[in-house]
Design a protein around this ligand. Sequence first.
Ligand code: 6PG
Length: 250
Amino acid sequence: MEAPVTDKTIETFESIEELSRCAAELFTAETELAVARHGRFSVALSGGSTPGQLYCLLSTEKYRMRIDWERVHIFWTDERCVPPNHPDSNFKLASDLLLSKLSLPNSNIHRIPGELSEEKAALAYEKDLLCFFSPSVIPRFDLIFLGVGQDGHTASIFPGTIAADTSAGLAIPVHANKLGWHRVTLSYAVLNCAATVAFLVAGKAKASVVRDILEGKNQILPASRVHPERGRTLWFLDRDAASLLKNRNI
Ligand code: 6PG
């Protein structure tokens, strides 16, 4: 039975450590559910600084033993067009903190080839998505982790870019030479097809954008437009990021 259409669920935590522990428990629970339901678990990881503690936690003995990693397929929500060993690479972030500690089969790691141009990398990633999920439907991830920038971007869907104005395509090239952006991002179509999307947001600097997204009138910010029709959207906030919300439960 597919998840009913639900609105956003907001969970607030005293600290990013507590937020990360809950996110690790979510990852574990969703893996168990997905493997029981369809024999594998597909998850898309985001970049940035917030998910780092989650990735470290998942690499610890506790989670290494609890999760059936052979059934886990790792994707990314977006990537910068840099080599996989570049300090800006989202692949490198997850590889250093998590994947290097596991013995996942290479076929379970679906890297966005950031060493290519954004156009070629998007095409290659889209091919991988269609091959893994199905050539005829929009990929439905079991779980997608997302962050939010102070400008309201999520993944690499930035305000005012083509990716922000289209729900076409699966993997979209993002370029803004003036800002040095050469990236690839999952599209709204894929983000909004997920069974579960979990935003992980921490820090005082995000308080106003979190308020605008969760309680604001203007739902035009990219992160505002991510809410799967047939899934659930979780917002995991630390105390600081939730500090401007009227309805916060801490
Ligand atoms: C990226 C991320 C991006 C990130 C936000 C929040 O490639 O940079 O996917 O969307 O999630 O910018 O980043 P922080 O977690 O560092 O605040």
